[in-house]
Design a protein around this ligand. Structure first.
Ligand code: ZN
Length: 239
């Protein structure tokens, strides 16, 4: 059994709560990138990801912080402020680690990307982008039944889970496919849910796990760090 987490974004309280929740029979935790950016504990979160040996890909925030040539005009002002703050609060070794991760990973049974199959910076946010990427997945990775993606911070399964989702939050991989699955965000959900989310999978099914954490503590640290207030506020509304 394995777990997939994404978009930690320097939220140590959320990451620790998720790790506490991961069942013991999970052998590997895959990380879809954006370990840092927005939250007040980028260095601590990266330490944990590295020390647990999580196979990890680089997200756009990981690269924006660690690659000083990144054009920050692509980021909104709040995100850009967070990038600049995070650059000052991330150790050399962690920066090197995040800068040198692959942008895509593959195991025998799954593909792992930050944004999408065709572009690590693409947001899969609608039916069309999901369909295009499912077509590409079928063509280029015909043996891969599932591709995990992050970047949007929104829990999602495509094709839409009509019939495929059972038992509340379980995706049955026997019923068709391939599938695109977004586990949601650990550290900054944007789908109206305030809890951290991730998935566990065993090749037959994918199960969503929802984890409450100490939001107030994470918010207080963001404010105390001098990061934009909005980054603290949004954790309480999941937007
Ligand atoms: Zn992100």
């Amino acid at each position: 059994m394995y777990a997939v987490i994404s978009d930690i974004h320097g939220n140590l309280e959320a990451l620790e709560a998720v790790l506490d929740d991961v069942p013991e029979d999970v052998e590997t935790i895959f990380c879809l990138g954006d370990v840092i950016g927005y939250g007040a504990n980028p260095d601590e979160c990266c330490d944990i990801v590295r020390s647990l040996g999580m196979p990890t890909i680089s997200g756009n925030h990981d690269l924006a912080v660690t690659d000083l040539d990144t054009d920050l005009n692509w980021f909104n002002p709040t995100a850009a402020a967070a990038v600049l703050w995070t650059r000052k609060h991330l150790g050399e070794e962690n920066a090197e680690f995040l800068r040198t991760r692959p942008r895509m990973m593959r195991t025998g049974e799954a593909l792992f990307v930050h944004g999408s199959v065709r572009d690590p910076d693409e947001y899969i946010i609608n039916k069309i982008s999901a369909q295009d990427n499912l077509a590409m997945l079928k063509n280029e990775y015909p043996d891969v039944p599932i591709c995990y993606f992050g970047h949007t911070h929104v829990k999602a399964v495509a094709p839409s889970p009509n019939g495929a989702m059972s038992g509340g939050h379980t995706l049955d991989l026997h019923s068709g496919g391939p599938y695109l699955v977004n586990p949601g965000s650990v550290g900054q959900p944007r789908d109206g849910d305030t809890f951290a989310s991730y998935v566990i999978a065993d090749g037959k099914s994918v199960l969503y796990r929802f984890v409450e954490y100490d939001i107030r503590k994470a918010q207080a640290k963001i404010r105390a760090a001098g990061l934009p207030d909005m980054l603290a506020d949004r954790l309480a509304i999941g937007r």
